[in-house]
Structure formats: structure tokens, C-alpha cells
Ligand binder design. Structure first.
Ligand SMILES: *Cc1c(COP(=O)(O)O)cnc(C)c1O
Length: 451
């Protein structure tokens, strides 16, 4: 299988190359040349464990990696999860299942992709013999998940910039208490935007980039999108035949990565009736699906911070299919949006999406009432999904984070603190944190000094 850019500037790329590059050279995103038909395989998939299913699924795409290696990578990736089912499906009343995606080391669904990606990086290094320096900027979740995907990996060093004092204490614990020699959490004095600007500066210095073998961790890597397809498939396979006919996946959404994975596997043949995109008060996606009009606004901080976005970077992949796989059309539209313009899609119903938005007051009330009715604590992101429950459907709500990651919001709603063993363990570990001015040259000097 080969891969191509949504903007047409790169074609014939192998899976390993697409993973190593992340973003295509023309600024587009990678997609497979064609999507496999998984329908004939569904019966066989039923018997597989989560890791086996992951390896089987990747074998359609990663045709340049032997199957035995894929199995090894999947086993490694999911051995750090604290639940034997990896992605357990919990029944909550008659029409609702919660798919718990928070059993990985950083308690959010991003572990599914980043644990696997860490192993693919190692594979890459074993092929090229060139060490990799990963550099990223984070407002919390992604940085923590990326770090935990790369802990102890040979010939990989990871440097993560974050705004000092502006990530939650638990997110900071997850970045600074790994006790891993290849992990460098850098707390800069400044905002998340300052951290991102430093990142841009450094990636634009092509000599430096080459000298240290710089690689980005970002939400647009194709391997992340594919790794996320697996839990849609896995949860669907757990349902009765009757339930399988009627599935509505509800996905708390930000950058559109998670729900895109679901839609892609549906396009590969998984029978799904609908997808519900649940937004917080940052409602670009909700507005898009209601009006067909995609126009980025201004980000407002919310109680569900990992969904605080106004530009959904993975949207370009859906756009590619909506525009009948025409890269010129995609390039033109992305150019327009970048220049402050908007985009209106013509044929949205055909894509089986619905959407809703939930503000902070409603998040608080939902956590409270769901706890009362089901004795189950929803995290603030998952709480945004409750509006997506459809009657006469098998609703599967993707729970994207563990409530213990957001203790203040939960305390406010139900007057008690959620507990997590994973987080308790971190409390007793040694902290390593590098504080620095928001200055790209200082960060570069630091990286050179520590390689
Ligand atoms: C990243 C994140 C999201 C948003 O996922 P996207 O793939 O960006 O749509 C939702 N919830 C949590 C807890 C997250 O960390």
C-alpha cells in the first residue's frame, strides 16, 4: 500500500516514510491510495484480542513492516494499559454504552495512538540507524501522551515545551515525573502560543533540524488516525448482531482526529448508522455540520480544555473525500481558509454526522445528574457527549479521559474527588523540570547540550 498527500504534491510514499514525515512536503496530510474493504474480515476479527486486532488492521496499510513486527509493536504498545480489555465497553442503561479510552498511562485516549507511534519510531530508527529528536509544544494532554509513548525508547530523545504554571498539576506530573533519561520537559515563562512560536522558529531553522534529526509529534500523523480506528472496530465487534445494525458513535471532538478515525473505518466497510460530534462551547464543528459553513472563530477556555480549538487540523482529510478525492480542490479550499475565508460544504447529510455543543454550566450539570442516575463519574469532555444519545439506537459514547485528570471540575459537580492509582503512583516519583525563558535560541542551546 502506498500513500499520497491530500494536496497532490506527494504520491507513492511508503507507510514508514509517511509516519516519519508526519506532514507532507506540500503542507497536505497523508492518506492511503485506496481504502481496504474490511467487511469480509469482520467474522475473523471477532476472535482477536485488542493487540491482535490492531496488528491485523495495520497489516492492510503497513505493507512495508512484517506482520510479526506489527504484532510485537501492538503488544508493546498496549502492555502499559491498566485494563485487560484495553478499551472496555460498559453498559449504562438501555441505550447507552461507554467506551472507556482512558486506561493508558496518561489516562486519555491519545495514549492509544502515541503508545503505538512510539514503537513505530523505534522501527524507523532500526532501519535508518539515525537517532531522532522529538520536539513538541503542549497545553497538556498531547505532550504527556507523547512523552509516555517514548519513555526509554532507544535513540529517541523527547523535548516538550509547555507554559509554566498553565497546565494542570496532574498533567505536569505526567510530564515531569517519568524518571526517564530521554525525556526533557521544558517549562517556559510564557503562554502556549509562545511555546508554539518557539517551535515554529526552531523547525524553520533547517540546518538545526538536520543536525539533530528533528521530528514533530502532532495530531496529523497518519499512524495516529489509523491506531484510533481500532477501538471503533473492537467495540462494534463486542455488540450483539441486533445492536450492530444500529450504532451511533458519540465522539467528544476538538481537532477532529478521533471522529475522523471512526468515519474512515466506516468508509472501509464497518456498518455504522451515524456519528455524533460533541463540541464544548468552542463550536466550529457544530456550526459546520448545522450550516455547512466552516469558519474559524476565537478560542474560549472551557472546562473541557482538550477540545478548546477553532481550527480542526484533521478536517482536511474529510474534505479530501467530500471533494471527490480532488487534490486541486482541497489545495484551493485550504488556501481560502488560511487567508481568513470560509468554506461551505454542499452534501453533508450523506456523511451521517450530527452534532451538538455543550457549555460549561451544562457540563457541570451533566456530570452531577449522570453520577446521580448511574453512580458513574464522567470526565468533562465525555460529559459533552450526553446530548448525542439518540433514541432507538445503540449509542456508544467514547470516554476520552479519566475524571481524575480534572479533579477541580469533578469536585465542583459532585463534591468529591475521583481517584486514580496511576496518578497516585506519580506523586512519589522524582520531579525533573527545566525552567527557561521563552527564547528559541536558549531552547536550541539546551537541546544541543543534552544530546
Ligand atoms: C484531544 C482530546 C479530545 C479531542 O480529540 P480530537 O481528536 O482532537 O477531536 C477530546 N477529549 C480529550 C480528553 C482529549 O485529550
Amino acid at each position: 500500500m502506498k500513500f499520497k498527500s491530500t494536496r497532490g504534491g506527494e504520491t507513492g510514499v511508503t507507510f514508514c516514510e509517511a509516519v516519519a514525515k508526519g506532514l507532507a512536503e506540500d503542507g497536505g496530510l497523508f492518506l492511503p491510495d485506496s481504502l481496504p474493504d474490511i467487511k469480509p474480515h469482520l467474522d475473523n476479527f471477532k476472535k482477536l484480542s485488542y493487540s491482535e486486532l490492531c496488528a491485523e488492521f495495520f497489516s492492510f496499510f503497513a505493507t512495508d513492516i512484517p506482520k510479526s513486527k506489527l504484532i510485537e509493536h501492538a503488544n508493546n504498545a498496549y502492555s502499559n494499559f491498566d485494563h485487560k480489555e484495553i478499551a472496555p465497553l460498559k453498559k449504562m442503561g438501555k441505550e447507552l454504552y461507554i467506551l472507556e479510552l482512558f486506561h493508558g498511562p496518561t489516562l486519555a485516549f491519545k495514549d492509544f495512538a502515541l503508545q503505538f507511534l512510539g514503537n513505530l519510531y523505534e522501527e524507523q530508527i532500526s532501519r535508518t540507524n539515525a537517532p531522532i529528536t522529538v520536539l513538541g509544544a503542549t497545553s497538556g494532554d498531547t505532550g504527556a501522551a507523547a512523552i509516555h509513548g517514548l519513555i526509554g525508547k532507544k535513540a529517541v530523545n523527547i523535548f516538550i515545551l509547555y507554559p509554566n504554571g498553565r497546565v494542570s498539576p496532574l498533567q505536569e506530573f505526567q510530564m515531569t515525573r517519568t524518571e526517564a533519561p530521554n525525556v526533557y520537559p521544558i517549562a517556559i515563562s510564557g503562554s502556549f502560543d509562545d511555546a508554539q512560536n518557539i517551535l515554529k522558529d526552531i523547525f524553520n531553522d533547517l540546518d538545526f533540524k538536520k543536525q539533530v534529526g528533528l521530528s514533530a509529534i502532532n495530531s496529523i500523523n497518519l499512524a495516529r488516525i489509523l491506531a484510533q480506528c481500532v477501538y471503533y472496530l473492537y467495540s462494534w465487534l463486542k455488540l450483539s448482531e441486533k445492536e450492530q445494525q444500529n450504532v451511533n458513535f458519540i465522539v467528544p471532538s476538538g481537532n477532529f482526529g478521533n471522529v475522523l478515525s471512526g468515519w474512515l473505518i466506516h468508509k472501509m466497510g464497518l456498518p455504522v448508522k451515524s456519528f455524533h460530534i460533541a463540541a464544548n462551547q468552542n463550536d466550529i464543528l457544530d456550526r459546520f455540520y448545522k450550516t455547512g459553513n466552516y469558519s474559524p472563530g476565537i478560542v474560549e477556555p472551557s472546562l473541557a480544555p482538550s477540545m478548546d480549538i477553532q481550527i480542526a487540523s484533521n478536517f482536511e482529510r474529510l474534505l479530501y473525500y467530500m471533494e471527490k478525492e480532488n487534490p486541486e480542490a482541497v489545495s484551493d479550499i485550504m488556501e481560502t481558509i488560511k487567508g481568513g475565508g470560509d468554506y461551505t460544504a454542499s452534501d453533508l447529510k450523506a456523511y451521517n454526522f450530527t452534532s451538538s455543543k455543550t457549555n460549561d454550566t451544562e457540563i457541570n450539570e451533566t456530570i452531577k445528574s449522570f453520577y446521580k442516575d448511574h453512580d458513574y463519574i464522567l470526565d468533562p469532555h465525555t460529559a459533552c457527549g450526553i446530548k448525542g444519545i439518540k433514541p432507538n439506537s445503540t449509542n456508544i459514547l467514547l470516554s476520552t479521559a479519566h475524571p481524575a485528570k480534572f479533579p477541580d471540575t469533578i469536585k465542583e459537580a459532585i463534591k468529591k474527588h475521583p481517584k486514580s492509582d496511576t496518578l497516585e503512583v506519580l506523586r512519589n516519583k522524582k520531579e525533573t523540570k527545566y525552567e527557561m525563558a521563552a527564547d528559541a535560541n536558549k531552547v536550541k542551546a539546551f537541546i544541543l547540550e543534552h544530546l
